[in-house]
Design a protein around this ligand. Structure first.
Ligand code: ADQ
Length: 465
């Protein structure tokens, strides 16, 4: 039987809390699939000779994982992936660091992953590589002799070419991207940027529809917005446990209005701007004092990268400032929770909140926006306030769309959400829920695999839909 082989930098355990969109999205999509998933297990060893892969089976999923060396972690993961590619793709050239030697670490880890995949590959496996950590993996597999169909999905934005040119090895990197048969993007804007780069800097030639000819090869570029498993998430939000949790929160002094934000602690998520907008809300609409609370859940991530340690400090300083300036003995304006929360509890918190505040400065998609919509009570839904710079805004047009840099605009939008009549909330929520369900995790995978597995496209789409 044809297998689906997924390769990602990090492989999360199939149960437990994965505070990251890639893990959430793949685990949700894989629920009814036979698949093999390769990647890093999160452990570090001192030398390459200590690296051995391990295989674990969970029902229909097999995970093959291996550690990284401490040097790989420094050069590949922190150095090139998270201090260079991540900021560039999110248009933060001011934070990008191209430290010497890091790209070698990136090449080394990609080649090692490719050899591991190659050693276990079957001729008809479909290979689907995930995200910016592993762009050269496909060309490594080709060089090692793989003839399989090769797909790649970029979970983060594809920046305008003018920005990408700042990466010292951009031509090598983008040529490697074009060695996949199918490349998937979250939004139309991302695909357009890719086409602009490929045609402007790699001599790519647009063919019909989604395809390009580059260096004698054909690359198909598809748009497949990432999604969540809407059924299981809505069941969690509606469960008795969730209702009991919401009730418990109300008893321990929940204010009348709860605004919720849930994000990995990352400078792309616009957290300081969000807190400042909330402060503006309290200044512009003082009736919210003692009546409204912002609950911000932000588990730390990538703390070994300097910019992440700085953003945490800034955020914690702002929380203290706002609570000190506006809070009272019987009211804490900002509740800041800096750790992971179980998915069931998250679903309950979304449902118990009247406003979902999702205001990244730039984001590939943003699954929190989709989770918030699906967790709502259809008879009395909350309102989603969504940044125009989240990929999700391309589809979720019935949210209150805002510019996260404009603090007053966000404050007015929150006030509009708080005071929105119930009929309007229901109308907007119904339209949003339809879109989130249409673009769920299963469709994300089905659409990509249809494009990848050209020979079997109709059968596969039927089986996966
Ligand atoms: P992220 O930026 O990691 O991933 P995002 O879309 O924001 O992803 O999703 C985060 C996920 O982590 C959500 O499922 C959320 O519920 C969960 N999460 C966040 N904080 C949590 C906490 N404290 N406890 C438990 N869970 C928590 C990348 C891109 C995104 C893209 C995704 C998927 O940057 O733009 O949407 O991949 O493609």
């Amino acid at each position: 039987m044809q297998r689906l082989v997924i390769v990602s930098n990090r492989v999360p355990p199939p149960s437990g809390v994965a505070a990251g969109g890639l893990g959430t999205c793949i685990l949700d999509a894989l629920q009814d699939h036979d698949a093999v998933w390769f990647g890093w297990n999160g452990d570090l060893v001192s030398t390459e000779s200590e690296i051995t892969s391990a295989c674990a089976r969970y029902d229909r999923l097999t995970q093959i994982t291996m550690p990284l060396t401490e040097r790989d972690y420094r050069e590949h993961y922190l150095g090139f992936c998270n201090a260079a590619l991540w900021p560039v793709h999110h248009c933060r050239l001011d934070l990008a660091r191209f430290a010497p030697g890091c790209i070698e670490g990136y090449r080394r880890v990609n080649l090692r992953f490719a050899k591991e995949v190659m050693s276990r590959l079957r001729p008809d496996d479909l290979i689907w590589v995930q995200d910016y950590h592993l762009i050269p993996l496909g060309s490594n597999l080709r060089a090692l002799g793989a003839r399989n169909r090769l797909g790649f999905f970029l979970h983060i934005p594809f920046p305008p070419p003018e920005v990408l040119l700042a990466v010292p090895e951009h031509l090598w990197l983008l040529n490697a991207l074009c060695s996949y048969d199918v490349v998937g993007f979250q939004t139309n804007a991302d695909r357009q940027n890719f086409f602009r780069f490929a045609c402007g800097h790699l001599d790519g030639e647009p063919m019909s529809g989604n395809t390009l000819r580059i260096a004698g090869r054909i690359v198909t570029a598809v748009i497949c917005p990432a999604g969540i498993d809407t059924h299981s998430f809505s069941e969690m939000a509606k469960s008795r446990r969730a209702a009991a949790e919401i009730e418990r929160l109300r008893r321990v002094g929940e204010p009348l209005i709860n605004i919720i934000g849930v994000d990995r602690l990352d400078y792309t998520k616009g957290l300081p701007e969000r807190l400042r907008s909330f402060r503006r809300l309290l200044e512009l609409y003082p009736q919210n004092r003692k009546a409204t609370t912002l609950m911000q859940i932000a588990p730390p991530s990538r703390e070994d990268v300097q910019a992440y340690a700085q953003i945490r400090q800034e955020l914690e300083g702002l929380c203290g400032e706002i609570n000190g300036q506006h809070g009272d003995v019987d009211w804490t304006p900002v509740r800041y929770i800096c750790r992971n929360v179980a998915r069931e509890a998250l679903a309950a918190l979304y449902r118990g909140s009247q406003v979902g505040l999702v205001t990244p400065l730039r984001d590939g998609m943003n699954l929190v926006a989709k989770e918030y919509v699906i967790a709502q009570d259809e008879e009395d839904p909350g309102v989603l306030v969504l940044s125009r710079f989240a990929g999700a805004a391309e589809d979720l047009r019935e949210a209150l769309i805002v510019n996260p840099y404009d603090l007053d605009e966000v404050a007015h939008a929150i006030q509009r959400a708080i005071t929105m009549p119930r009929e309007e909330r229901i109308e907007r929520h119904q339209a949003l829920a339809v879109r989130v369900r249409e673009r769920d995790a299963h469709n994300w995978m089905a659409e990509f695999l249809c494009a990848l597995d050209i020979d079997r496209a109709p059968a596969l789409s039927f089986e996966l839909a």
